[in-house]
Design a protein around this ligand. Structure first.
Ligand code: GDP
Length: 613
């Protein structure tokens, strides 16, 4: 076959065959798959108007573009797929229960509360917790771990329900976006005095898209003007028809504030689960599940709440959660009690992980520490690549020099690490709201809970980012690495202070304004002629000081006769000096400029950046 040539480089050419590349692959990865020289792919991209280096991670589009040019097709492997393949290479299957029908036992439904802001989600979660039959016995401290379990009686049988207790439906959406299914049933809270609102619809759509049955809690029925019937009518338009109207959605009128009908709501959840779901899991296998919330605790290290979805998690188990791993040192339930094991649908807080996993990361128990470490490390590497791909800025040849010359686009790249997901998010959103004019963009390339790691520094290096550590420090060799590579890592413990400093830094990044500052004046007493240097002024410095390499103008009889000169040589007696101060004599050479006379004044100045106010 005829090999095409791009910019004089011969290229391998495909027959449209598919090559598999993971998200964030580089041209070198690509070249390896088709047995080509990476440099030739760089040349192709250059020809297509894009500058990329051989080892840099590139975007999906770039991979597609490149493949198209050479008559290949690419199949970008999603992180989820890749993860499945990674686990398969260790002979682990994630997401399926082992064994047969008879190994499965009924498990409690896992519920997420969703709805419009202020309709009472938080209040409802509190109210449910208060009626908690299980907690009643403990009489102890209830603890917020991101999820809790309650029991309720339905048809004389005690039934448990697990609630995910993380703010809003962001967590739900975030987890779903990552392919993690954490929720069996959604409770849609609608305030009876307010009716269906935009976020009600949004929540409803999320639940539908995830194929999660909905129970509607019509809240605030204690408020005057509450109209539960109207809510039913409104929701009909969105396909949620109440049972009493012949539909199959259960509506329960409640007051989270007064604790009214909370039991009926719990019953509706159980009945909905029984009617439309077959919630069973095998408790007799290595535990698997999903992480819900995690943070770094000063005393206890990484603390992660996980929801067991199948199997039983035990103290002493070796587990991998996202890119964290470790042996379970201790487990706490939602009442703060130590527990030795946790079965399907049970949320527990786990101590003993190497670092803090993200919300929605899957977890699994493996036989050997080594396996856990290898899986975690592979995942960390993959994440790093993906992050690189995300930040890759595409600059085309046409506008490259334009952008650089004009300095129009300036961007502050940030990496934010913090002790809890809440504070990281709060900091991020405040920073993104900073108003620093149109000239500067703030971009958060990466955020996460936990210490500043070497991989954060890596990312910062590649993208000229500043790293912010909020209530966390650099771990391991990250600090040395940052120092060595000149990466700016800033630590804060007060959000306000972080914002103030970043704002100041941004102001510095704005195109500077300059003002002229006079440095000194020198009076010419004598003119020497040098064959090598031209005319040299013998001067007496009258004010300030005269410095080498600063700007100067020549003044004769009070008028400026020459501008934009440079003090290119400065001497005292036979020595070259860098400055001559007021009251001293010396020699000045103005480079090529020779038109000087006795009694002329050389005034020197420099341009200084004006501080912004
Ligand atoms: P969220 O934004 O959905 O989490 O809403 P919140 O749970 O924070 O509730 C918003 C406001 O409504 C708070 O002031 C609650 O006290 C109030 N609220 C919640 N449920 C009820 C209720 O059943 N009756 C009344 N009167 N107020 C309620």
């Amino acid at each position: 076959m005829q090999a095409p040539s791009v910019g004089g480089v011969m290229l391998p050419r495909g027959n449209g065959e598919a090559i598999r590349l993971s998200r964030g692959a580089s041209l070198t990865d690509f070249a390896e798959k088709i047995n080509a020289n990476p440099a030739s792919l760089v040349a192709v991209m250059m020809n297509l108007g894009e500058m990329v280096t051989a080892t840099q991670s590139v975007s999906d589009e770039t991979l597609q573009l490149l493949a198209g040019e050479m008559n290949y097709t690419v199949q970008i492997v999603s992180p989820e797929e890749e993860d499945r393949e990674l686990l398969e290479s260790f002979d682990i299957e994630f997401g399926e229960d082992e064994g047969d029908e008879e190994d499965l036992v009924v498990r409690p439904p896992v519920v997420t509360v969703m709805g419009h802001v202020d309709h009472g989600k938080t209040r409802l979660l509190d109210a449910i917790r208060k009626t908690n039959v299980i907690a009643g016995e403990a009489g102890g401290i209830t603890q917020h771990i991101g999820a809790y379990q309650v029991a309720t009686e339905v048809n004389d049988e005690e039934r448990k329900i697990t609630f995910i207790d993380t703010p809003g439906h962001e967590a739900f959406t975030a987890m779903r976006a990552r392919g993690a299914k954490s929720t069996d049933i959604a409770i849609l809270v609608v305030a009876a005095n307010d009716g269906v609102m935009p976020q009600t619809v949004e929540a409803l759509n999320h639940a539908k898209a995830a194929d999660v049955p909905i129970v509607v809690a019509v809240n605030k029925i204690d408020v005057e003007g509450a109209d539960p019937t109207k809510v039913r009518g409104q929701l009909t338009e969105y396909g949620l028809v109440a049972e009493e109207y012949g539909g199959d959605t259960m509506f329960v009128d409640i007051s989270a504030k007064q604790g009214l009908h909370i039991d009926s709501l719990l019953e509706a959840v159980v009945l909905t689960a029984d009617a439309s779901l077959d919630l069973r899991a095998n408790p007799h296998q290595d535990a698997q599940g999903i992480s819900i919330e995690s943070r770094l605790d000063r005393g206890r290290g990484a603390v992660a709440t996980v929801l067991v979805q199948r199997g039983t998690l035990r103290v002493g188990d070796t587990m991998v959660v996202g890119d964290a791993y470790g042996r379970v040192r201790a487990m706490l339930d939602d009442n703060g009690n130590n527990v030795a094991e946790a079965g399907p649908s049970t949320p527990v807080q786990v101590l003993g992980l190497t670092n803090v996993p993200g919300a929605g990361d899957n977890f699994l128990v493996v036989d050997e520490d080594r396996t856990a470490r290898q899986i975690a490390e592979k995942r960390a590497a993959r994440e790093r690549n993906a992050a690189f791909a995300k930040r890759t800025r595409r600059v085309s040849l046409e506008d490259l020099d334009k952008v650089l010359k004009a300095g129009e686009v300036q961007q502050l790249n940030l990496i934010i690490k913090g002790d809890a997901s809440g504070s990281v998010e709060a900091l991020e959103s405040s920073l993104l709201q900073l108003d620093v004019g149109e000239e500067v963009d703030i971009r958060v390339l990466h955020r996460g809970v936990g210490a500043v790691t070497e991989s954060d520094i890596d990312l910062a290096m590649g993208s000229d980012a500043i790293v912010i550590g909020f209530n966390v420090r650099a771990a391991g060799r990250a600090a040395q690495m940052a120092e060595r590579e000149g990466v700016d890592v800033r630590y804060y413990s007060v959000i306000y202070q972080a914002i103030e400093e970043i704002e100041a830094a941004l102001k510095g990044m704005l195109k500077p304004e300059y003002e002229e500052v006079e440095l000194g004046t020198a009076e010419i007493r004598e003119v020497f002629k040098s064959s090598k240097l031209g005319n040299i002024a013998g001067v007496l410095v009258r004010s300030g000081e005269v410095k080498r390499n600063t700007k100067a103008r020549l003044i004769r009889d009070g008028k400026v006769v020459a501008e934009n000169l440079t003090i290119s040589g400065l001497r005292r007696f036979k020595d070259d000096v860098t400055e001559i101060r007021e009251g001293f004599e010396g020699g000045i050479n103005l480079g090529n400029f020779n038109d000087i006379k006795v009694d002329d004044v050389i005034a020197t100045y420099e341009m200084r950046e004006k501080p912004r106010v």
